[in-house]
Design a binder for this molecule. Sequence first.
Ligand code: 0O2
Length: 211
Amino acid sequence: MVNHWDLFLAPYKQAVEELKVKLRGIRAQFEMIEAHSPIEFVTGRVKPIASILDKAQKKNIPLDRLEEEMQDIAGLRIMCQFVDDIKTVVELLRQRNDFTIVEERDYITQKKESGYRSYHIVIRYPVQTIRGEKQILAEIQIRTLAMNFWATIEHSLNYKYSGRFPEDIKARLQRAAEAAYRLDEEMSKIRFEIQEAQAAFSRKQEAKGEG
Ligand code: 0O2
């Protein structure tokens, strides 16, 4: 028997699958014209039921208001090599007409207290169902590989310590966030050199038939 959650989450699952294909398509198009892709890779997930319930409780969201008030039941993540690529991706998303942008949160110029950095875009996405169109909210997080590394590690530690970090871990995470920031800065400074090397490498692979 199909349960209530399966029915509720079905359009979110469909949206995540469709958006993964669409966003990966952007990378494919840059590769096709042999230009640097501002997108390194894309992941997506539907928030697990336990996390939906946890967040609803924490944020006082009644379960019959999830559709309107929980913006990240469908979540997409776009990873970029360089900080400047994030701007390019945001511009590309603003130009699209297969969804509308509801909100943007810039945790890059305004990092979170935890040290978290990312650019969040909340979209309203139309899913085509057998009962007609259903509009759902989805959150796209755009970040560099360094920001993603930090956020992934911090997220696991957060889970382990239920958000109550021992002081030494908290201090280390802060230092790690600064190191990730500096790594992004350093990479930005040698961006053109890196891109040239990457382009030469893919030309070589293609010539060998491995591209
Ligand atoms: P999960 O497991 O990733 O789904 P709030 O939850 O109050 O911070 P809000 O309004 O939901 O904020 O929106 P926000 O902050 O734009 O997006 C929340 C999501 O951003 C989180 O989802 C994380 O994915 C990510 N995020 C925000 N702050 C942090 C942080 O300090 N560390 C890490 N690692 N990720 C963060 P969830 O629901 O928390 O979790």
